[in-house]
Design a protein around this ligand. Structure first.
Ligand SMILES: C[S@@+](CC[C@H](N)C(=O)[O-])C[C@H]1O[C@@H](n2cnc3c(N)ncnc32)[C@H](O)[C@@H]1O
Length: 276
């Protein structure tokens, strides 16, 4: 592992729980990232959020961008002060990623990206949007905290997207690698081309599906009967006009006006056409 001995890594792992108060990485996930990342040459990498993973990446990457906001939790300040940080390998872009990422201009392709900044919806998706076009073939994309619904949503999307292959899930951390599929156009649409959108939600489309399953003649017959049955129902409707809804019965169900006289309006079927 470039620049980081096993001893140093263990030391970094031990410092995780006390490094900051914004929720740190599990040691198993930390180890998993190190295992996958050390198989590749990482010239450029990016991470949202900061913490022990920043210390780790400072040893694994030749140039690591960190998009983070300290917000008083120590996640940036403590990392900057840590003796485990290889500071000359790391560039901090401080501020909310909602503002810093859209303005940032990546000049190099990334071999590694970690999404672990703000977790509220839609921020993980937003970060993904600004990072995915820069991921190189066979690069790693790690997303943390997939037990949170907003992150789980992104996790599911990635699992069904052809640009990514799920390498491993360690606790609530997912590690993907970038396949050779072309970059999905970040400025167009084409939602139907994405694996995540391939199957529509049947609770909204089942009627159309059933209709399309019927042969043409049956479909025409069904719509003929539906039309005439609907018309018939409308024509034979009776509307009670007096007494009104609220006049008819009070809270306890007593008649308050009308005393049994009921006026109505409506159209009736011709005599003899209506079953009893
Ligand atoms: C879960 S922690 C990251 C943990 C880190 N990966 C580690 O190994 O310890 C989340 C990080 O995102 C930062 N953060 C929260 N909201 C942010 C925002 N809007 N923009 C950038 N960073 C934010 C927090 O300050 C913290 O550094």
């Amino acid at each position: 592992m470039a620049g980081l001995s096993t001893k140093e890594l263990q030391s970094a792992l031990r410092s995780c729980p006390s490094l900051h108060s914004a929720g740190t990485f599990s040691t198993r996930a930390f180890d998993g990232i190190a295992r996958h990342a050390s198989k590749r040459r990482i010239r450029c990498s990016a991470e949202t959020g900061s913490g022990a993973t920043t210390l780790l990446m400072s040893h694994l990457s030749e140039h690591h961008w960190v998009f983070a906001l300290d917000d008083g939790n120590g996640s940036v300040a403590n990392v900057k002060q840590s003796s485990l940080l290889r500071a000359d390998h790391v560039e901090f872009v401080e501020g909310p990623t909602q503002c810093t990422l859209p303005r940032f201009h990546f000049t190099e392709k990334l071999q590694f990206a970690l999404i672990d900044g703000p977790h509220a919806y839609p921020f993980p998706d937003l970060e993904y949007y600004y990072l995915y076009p820069h991921l190189e073939l066979d690069s790693l994309l790690v997303i943390d905290d997939i037990h949170i619904r907003s992150v789980q949503n992104l996790f599911r999307f990635l699992c069904s997207d052809r640009m990514f292959r799920l390498e491993e899930v360690i606790g609530s951390t997912a590690i993907f690698s970038r396949t050779a599929a072309p970059v999905f156009d970040p400025h167009g649409d084409g939602w139907w081309l994405q694996g995540y959108n391939r199957k529509l939600l049947s609770r909204y489309t089942w009627k159309e599906t059933v209709r399309n399953l019927l042969p043409g003649r049956m479909r025409r017959l069904a719509s003929h009967y539906r039309y005439h049955w609907g018309r018939g129902r409308r024509r034979w409707q009776i509307v009670i006009t007096s007494p009104g809804d609220r006049e008819m019965a009070g809270g306890a169900g007593e008649v308050t006006r009308g005393h049994g006289i009921c006026r109505s309006a409506g159209a009736f079927p011709p005599l003899g056409s209506c079953a009893a």
